[in-house]
Design a binder for this molecule. Sequence first.
Ligand code: SF4
Ligand code: SF4
Length: 218
Amino acid sequence: MINLDFPRCDRCGDAGCKVGEPGKFKSCPTNVSEIKKEEIIERYHDPEIQVLMQTAAKVERGTLQPVNGVLTPIRPRISEIMAFADQMGWKKIGVAFCLAAREDGIKLTKVLEARGFEVCSVICRNFSMKKGEFGISKDDCIKSENETVCNPVYQAELLNQAGTQLNIVLGLCVGHDMLFTKHSKAYVTTLSVKDRMTANNPVAPLYSGFFAEILKKY
Ligand code: SF4
Ligand code: SF4
């Protein structure tokens, strides 16, 4: 019987699974789930999944290198993405960027091209579609129903048509990023997400005072 309040690894306390000791927490999913470990292992036998898992490990290993005897990250996420693509043999990369992240998009495509990738890029406001065309009410518009709206489905379709082998999301809004990911045929990795308040550092409010009262209470 599946408990509706399950799984809740956030309540575990020690994450013993990291060191091969899962299950001290009484509701540890690895103890009580109806999904068996063998079934999940079987899923990873899919050759495509296997290659991605092996590549992810290789990239992680390449990033964490000993420096003065301490394992230290030696490259940023952008370099990890390129290393991942190299490893996978992916030559053509799509960049789906937000108007607000246009500068980032321009710089990112330069870096990708300099490393020898073929790049396709699509901004979010393509087709200049208006919010009114989507039945978005005036109350939900910033100024009016005539303002342009993001078009993540088209971003995905254009990159699908271009045959990109990996798509990078850059600063798309909440929701638009979901639609892009759902409609992209290629795997999607996110380089940045839009957070208008935190200069795209969305976890900052968890460490600033923003949610402090809530975090103290619960
Ligand atoms: S030990 Fe179990 S409950 Fe705790 S984090 Fe790991 S899987 Fe979740
Ligand atoms: S959608 Fe058209 S106008 Fe907008 S950034 Fe791309 S090329 Fe320029």
